[in-house]
Write a new protein. Structure first.
Length: 212
């Protein structure tokens, strides 16, 4: 079995592209390979208010970008190159992600962690939903081993929020800054907006390492 540790932030468009490309490479080239994809939280905007941050304002204040379309162009093009229709102009708010990450961590023991992480990310970017809302998260989580009540309880639990913050602090202390960050077989790492070819090559290299 190949282990894949995946560090992501739900509101990061490159994480959407990275997860999509990982799944695409696995499906097209390693369909019979058993994999264990483990998700870890990274908090890029840990102080985002419950109402969200207006992304055009964030881009202007943090990067001096006055035309959001210029910032959206590259991840949108990369997504299209892999067959994913992405319009970042539809989702203009970055919401806090602690609750979503808490549910993703809880899904580990249910064996649905990767599927839930992908579903929440898709809901945010493609369905333009507020993934900080406990009811929205419950709507998603019922298809991945949770009852609505259980999912809402996890999303609203301040203790689990602290657990997410601890996990994110561990990732930060390990030097993980750029997401998505992939670690294959516990040792081979790449990060950022990687191509399908690069992901394929790292998986192939990891398998060679495991077989030696």
């Amino acid at each position: 079995m190949l282990s894949i540790d995946l560090y992501t932030e739900i509101t990061c468009p490159w994480c959407l592209v990275g997860q999509y490309r990982l799944d695409k490479v696995l499906a097209e080239h390693f369909a019979d390979l058993p994999v264990d994809i483990r998700h870890h939280p990274v908090l890029l905007l840990p102080d985002a208010p419950a109402t969200g941050i207006y992304i055009p304002d964030l881009l202007q204040k943090r990067y001096g970008v006055t035309d959001p379309k210029s910032a959206f162009a590259r991840p949108e093009a990369e997504a299209r190159a892999s067959g994913l229709a992405l319009d970042l102009g539809r989702q203009l708010y970055a919401y806090p992600t602690h609750s979503a990450h808490a549910l993703i961590l809880a899904a580990r023991e249910r064996g649905t962690q990767h599927q839930l992480a992908v579903a929440i990310t898709d809901a945010y970017f493609l369905a333009v939903r507020n993934i900080a809302d406990a009811d929205v998260l419950a709507d998603i989580a019922v298809d991945y081993g949770f009852s609505r009540e259980e999912a809402r309880s996890i999303a609203l639990d301040p203790t689990l929020r602290q657990q997410v913050e601890r996990e994110a602090a561990i990732a930060h202390a390990a030097g993980i800054r750029s997401v998505p960050h992939f670690i294959f077989a516990g040792s081979l790492a790449i990060n950022g907006g990687r191509s399908e070819k690069e992901i394929f090559m790292l998986i192939d290299q990891a398998l060679q390492t495991l077989n030696t």
